[in-house]
Design a protein around this ligand. Structure first.
Ligand SMILES: [Zn+2]
Length: 473
């Protein structure tokens, strides 16, 4: 820490048009919705559209596309995150109608809010989606929507339509029923089924189907399906400011939220004990937020200029004996084997070996920085002034990211605890920063507790004692 897109359907060859066309019109005009079931459960029966492929071919085609996808996408290689996604996914899949596909869920190290599903159950979620969800039910909502695309076979339904436009006779002649790989047979017709192919953009009616079935899956799995509508609503609002990638592959149907809410009513309203959130979701979300951002193609890991250029030494553990530091505005107790470094209105309390020289100057690797800054706008809310402070801190610590924030009390006052991660001056290490902010009049008072990630457990008790001893005068 330092101080301050989509191919137009090709027309059929003229002579062969009539029969093929008639068949296409008949098949594509299959109803979206059938009659509702029983009286108590009036759920919409959503049916898959016309499909020339078998379920087994869905898996074969999806696996090929997944291999392509994984060559192109940066995986978020974090076992805890991927395990969590697969547990949550399995809970939803258990309540999904249709063929039992070998579903698998993987996180992608991309900030854009997006998710996609390939035929046969290969699902990908960008980290941005996990970071943007407000609760577990919202994340489950996006996943249920993607699972519904798989269950309704929207990918191969689109591929059927595209193939039919290109080679109607091959289909009518039953070319795809025989042996040999489906991927090769399609390739012979010049139809690619890779990652950039037809699977990645759905029609608005397919979107509505996925929303409806997704809401049912959520409901049956015990989640509050209204959270899916809430998440899409938040995204749609944000889409006005910056385009949300999710909507380029999943076009936003009109009255999306209303249709989901209608389905919730058909299901008999949300369950009284519907699951909305979990502690685990928030732990995973924090973990995702703390993972290093993706590298751009050809980019090397950024040199923050913060790595120590001197000897790499770790300080002795903080002494149990605390001594008092007193200043005009506050007092705090600190370990007696630490030193005091005063600068302006601020002070740094740190072990002497915990300060490292870097190309950017001295950098605190272990210790506590306390400072008081004057606010431009004393009526600013604590959240706003904390955001402002973070922007200032990020200027000299560009790799720093906020992981979580919560309200607590410090020195008997309302305060915010903000957990940050950044680059430590210790080579190859990440730094954890616990930032505490409180306001008094025109002043913003802040304390930052700094430690490399590998030592955070050893320093937490000392940090906690110091924070509890902090008093304003
Ligand atoms: Zn969709």
């Amino acid at each position: 820490m330092r101080t301050l897109k989509h191919k137009a359907r090709q027309p059929c060859p003229a002579g062969k048009r009539s029969l093929a066309w008639l068949l296409a019109v008949l098949l594509l005009a299959l109803p979206l919705y059938a009659e509702p079931a029983a009286k108590t459960d009036q759920r919409t029966r959503v049916k898959p559209g016309w499909n020339m492929f078998s379920e087994q071919q869905d898996i074969e085609l999806g696996r090929k596309a997944a291999q392509d996808a994984e060559k192109q996408l940066p995986a978020l290689k974090d076992k805890a995150v991927n395990d969590y996604l697969n547990r949550l996914g399995a809970r939803l899949v258990r309540h999904t109608p249709g063929h039992r596909y070998p579903y698998q869920f993987k996180a992608v190290n991309q900030e854009a809010i997006n998710a996609f599903a390939l035929p046969g159950g290969f699902l990908y979620l960008n980290r941005g989606t996990i970071e943007a969800a407000e609760n577990e039910a919202q994340l489950a909502g996006v996943m249920a929507h993607e699972i519904a695309h798989v269950a309704l076979r929207h990918g191969t339904n689109q591929l059927t339509k595209a193939t039919f436009a290109q080679a109607p006779l091959a289909i009518l002649g039953g070319m795809f029923g025989g042996g040999g790989g489906i991927v090769g047979q399609l390739a012979q017709l010049g139809i690619g089924v890779g990652f950039t192919a037809v699977f990645l953009k759905y029609s608005r009616s397919a979107e509505t189907q996925a929303d409806v079935l997704g809401a049912q899956i959520l409901y049956d799995a015990g989640y509050d399906p209204r959270e899916m509508a809430a998440f899409f609503e938040t995204l749609a609002a944000q889409n006005k400011q910056r385009s949300i990638e999710f909507f380029s592959s999943h076009p936003h149907p009109e009255n999306r939220q209303e249709r989901i809410m209608e389905e919730v009513r058909r299901l008999g309203g949300p369950r009284a004990n519907a699951r909305k959130d979990s502690e685990e979701f928030h732990l995973i979300q924090e973990r995702v937020r703390s993972l290093p951002p993706p590298l751009k193609p050809g980019q090397k890991r950024r040199d923050s200029g913060r790595e120590t250029t001197g000897e790499i030494k770790r300080p002795a553990l903080p002494s149990d004996r605390l001594v008092r530091y007193r200043e005009r505005d506050f007092l705090i107790y600190y370990p007696e084997n630490w030193d005091i470094y005063e600068r302006g209105a601020g002070v740094t309390l740190a072990p002497p070996e915990g300060i490292y020289s870097t190309r950017q100057g001295d950098s605190v690797g272990y210790g506590v920085m306390i400072n008081i800054v004057e606010l431009d706008d004393p009526r600013a809310l604590l959240d706003e002034s904390t955001d402002w402070l973070l922007e200032q801190l990020q200027e000299s610590n560009p790799g720093m990211r906020e992981v979580s924030r919560r309200r607590i009390r410090v020195a008997g006052q309302r305060a915010l605890q903000t957990k940050l991660v950044g680059d430590s001056p210790l080579p190859g290490e990440r730094e954890i920063d616990w930032l505490y902010t409180l306001q008094r009049g025109d002043d913003l008072i802040y304390l930052i507790f700094i430690v490399p990630e590998s030592d955070q457990r050893r320093y937490r008790p000392t940090f906690q004692e110091m924070l509890e001893s902090f008093r304003l005068r």
